[in-house]
Design a binder for this molecule. Structure first.
Ligand code: HEM
Ligand code: CU
Length: 668
């Protein structure tokens, strides 16, 4: 938010001190800086990022529990843990939760927290809108999960094909909750995307050209562009489904002359770019982590940037590879088959760049580095099975079997989830001022790696042995007896899920041990990893205003170049230490900007967000609720528009820097 100093001869605009009795529209801004109100009404991108993260982690555990119940059901022949109907609800909600309520918002947590810091800004472009997107996501996720207690959750699978999704085959309200819940979370994604796109394009610090932007911000930027175009597609599809189910429309009804394949096209035109929305942020995270722990710059930065953008583009042209068995005809199948193979190229470029970044480096195997390398290995395995799907004749064998389930868990869990965990360990000291335990971190990593391969590896074999996905019992498919049959591999996969669960639990233990009352974990030093990108030039945790002085950027890896001087000749770089990270940060503090402006907290984002689930319950239960929700929304929008631009407390002159306290810091 650029500050334009008011010329001395222009009189200040005096905002009248509102008195409650004089004007309905004038509400004072909340001023609490501590307690629950300082979180509920905050517009600070860092606090919003942390709340995205906590909520997404909660939903990860919910989605993991659902997966555990699925694997428990399939661990033995003729399982009785879940009925057929409950099983359908379980995998539908597992997938929906993991995709829309865990991976997407966790990536939003990182983007919200780090994009302003990486581009040298004090906050995002629209702070109140940012708070709105957070609360809309949280209320949308809660709304969706209340279906478990209100007649049953959605049961048609995460891509909810018609006519299975119609009231005839899915009579409970579950699918209505699904269609409305995803429309609500879609608003959060769209509002968030617009906010971050404007932040990247308009809020970069002086000198921060697009090709000097840290790679995570680049990948997150590509993701926001994908969201901008993908979310409207699924929103239209969900709208049609809502009107088909709640208001008797026939958009997907064969008997009315419509075509159920319309839903499949709409869903996958969104659905395939969606998989890049899931994995590109993690690609960005490990592209930050690998150079730091290899003590080398990222190999081929421009290639990593443009291969990410290329994936973003080509990803729009492959959707029908999810429909190879739906009778599209040879020409379409051939075109989408070739396009799908083509998308392996920019993905391969990334894997080569990561490998060459590590190659010849001085490797430091921290937990963050292990997770980053884990992503390269596990994602590549998933990518290879993906290429086998691109070959339409073999996909006709594989589609709808456990081989497919194996594939997308290797790319999503092996890609997106491992990347997010690399981000936790890498940026934890920046966000919370403490390092997570490396010992517990190694347990976390190895148990997750062993667990995921034991869980998802055998699924390739189960699929090739003929086990279809989404079947609550597998005894009907006992193809090929002998020892290594469906029974054996299902048991291994379910035992693997336990190992995986323990691995994920180790992360929670690590957080508890590091932050519990009386914890002996020391404060992290300012620059624990000898990092490279700009966010490390703020304090840990960053101050509310991020930077005391708006940074002037001269280079890609600005923080690295502030610390090291290149005394080498030409391309033969030879870096000598000029100043430590802590000294660079202190230098910034000594030269603080004269005046800093920050956005003030606001009541209205959370109130406006609450109006949406009220209206959604209205669509399912009673039109009066729609009216009530709309009234709350209108009132909130008026309050938002009429509240004072900024309350005094958020305007301040930065205090002089604290004298060095000699606080004891953790040894890294
Ligand atoms: C935590 C470990 C996980 C385990 C043990 C697990 C296990 C499973 C299993 C067994 C199924 C197949 C159900 C069936 O068709 O019979 C499944 C489906 C699925 N999972 Fe996971 N999963 C995990 C994590 C994830 C993550 C992180 C994501 C995505 C972000 C994800 C996305 C999906 C999707 C999209 C489906 C397809 C559901 C459908 O057919 O509608 N899973 N999962
Ligand atoms: Cu796809």
């Amino acid at each position: 938010m650029a500050i334009i100093e008011r010329p001395a001869d222009v009189p200040a605009v005096v905002v009248p001190t509102p008195t409650a009795s004089t004007n309905f529209g004038y509400f004072r801004r909340p001023v609490e800086t501590t307690g629950w109100k300082s979180w509920a009404f905050t517009v600070d991108h860092k606090k919003i990022g942390i709340m995205y993260g906590v909520a997404a982690m909660f939903f990860f555990l919910v989605g993991g529990l659902e997966a555990g119940l699925i694997r428990w059901q399939l661990a033995q022949a003729d399982g009785t843990i879940l009925s057929a109907d409950k099983y359908n609800q379980m995998f539908t909600m597992h997938a929906t939760t993991m995709v829309f309520l865990f991976v997407m918002p966790m990536a939003a947590a990182f983007a919200n927290y780090f994009i302003p810091l990486q581009v040298g800004a004090r906050d995002v472009a629209f702070p109140r809108l940012n708070a709105l997107s957070l609360w809309v996501f949280i209320f949308g996720g809660v709304f969706l999960n209340t279906s478990w207690f209100l007649g049953g959750a959605a049961d048609g699978g995460w891509f909810m094909y018609a006519p299975n999704s119609s009231g005839i085959f899915s009579p409970s309200n579950g699918v209505d909750f699904w269609a409305l819940g995803l429309q609500i979370t879609g608003i959060a994604s769209l509002v968030g995307a617009i906010n971050l796109i404007v932040t990247v394009l308009n809020m970069r610090a002086p000198g921060m050209s697009m090709m000097r932007m840290p790679i995570f911000t680049w990948m997150a930027f590509v993701v926001q562009m994908l969201l901008l175009f993908a979310i409207p597609v699924i929103t239209v599809a969900l709208f049609l489904l809502m009107f088909q189910r709640s208001y008797g429309a026939t958009f997907f009804s064969v008997e009315a002359g419509a075509d159920p394949l319309l839903w499949q096209h709409l869903f996958w035109i969104f659905g395939h770019p969606e998989v890049y929305i899931l994995v590109l942020p993690s690609f960005g995270i490990i592209s930050e982590v690998l150079p730091v722990f290899s003590r080398k710059p990222l190999f081929g930065y421009p290639f990593v940037v443009f291969s990410g953008a290329a994936i973003g583009f080509v990803g729009w042209g492959v959707w029908a590879h999810h429909m190879f068995a739906s009778g599209l005809g040879p020409v379409s199948v051939a075109v989408f088959s070739v396009a799908t193979m083509a998308i392996a190229v920019p993905t391969g470029v990334k894997i080569i760049n990561w490998t060459l970044t590590v190659w010849g480096g001085k490797l430091w195997f921290t937990t963050a580095m292990l997770f980053a390398i884990g992503l390269i290995v596990q994602f590549t395995i998933g990518g290879l099975s993906g290429v086998t799907h691109a070959v339409a004749p073999s996909d006709t064998q594989q589609t709808d079997t456990y081989y497919i389930v194996a594939h997308f868990h290797y790319v999503i869990f092996g890609g997106a989830v491992l990347g997010l965990f690399a981000g936790f360990y890498y940026w934890w000291p920046k966000v919370f001022g403490k390092l997570l335990s490396e010992t517990l971190g190694k347990w976390n990593f190895w148990l997750m790696i062993i667990g995921m391969n034991l869980t998802f590896g055998p699924m390739h074999i189960l699929g090739l042995q003929g086990q279809p996905r989404r079947m609550y019992i597998w005894t009907d498919y006992r193809a090929g007896e002998g020892f290594f049959n469906l029974g054996f591999w299902n048991l291994i996969a379910s035992l693997g899920t336990i190992v995986l669960g323990v691995g994920i639990f180790m992360f929670l233990v690590n957080v508890w041990v590091t932050h519990r009352p009386g914890s002996t974990t020391l404060a992290a030093p300012e620059d624990p990893w000898d990092a490279r990108s700009l966010e490390w030039m703020s304090t840990s945790p960053p101050k509310p205003h991020n930077y005391d002085r708006t940074p002037i950027v001269h280079d890609l890896d600005e923080f690295f170049h502030r610390k090291y001087e290149d005394v080498g000749e030409g391309d033969d770089h030879d870096y000598v230490l000029r100043a430590s990270g802590a000294e660079v940060i202190a230098e910034e503090e000594r030269n603080a900007d004269a005046h800093i402006h920050l956005p003030a907290p606001s009541y209205w984002p959370i109130v406006l967000a609450a109006a949406l689930p009220i209206m959604a319950y209205g669509v399912i239960y009673n039109t009066l609720l729609i009216v009530a929700g709309a009234a709350v929304a209108v009132m909130a929008m008026f309050g938002w528009a009429l509240e004072p631009a900024d309350a005094e407390p958020s305007d301040f002159d930065p205090p002089p820097p604290e004298p060095a306290t000699g606080t004891e810091l953790a040894n890294v």
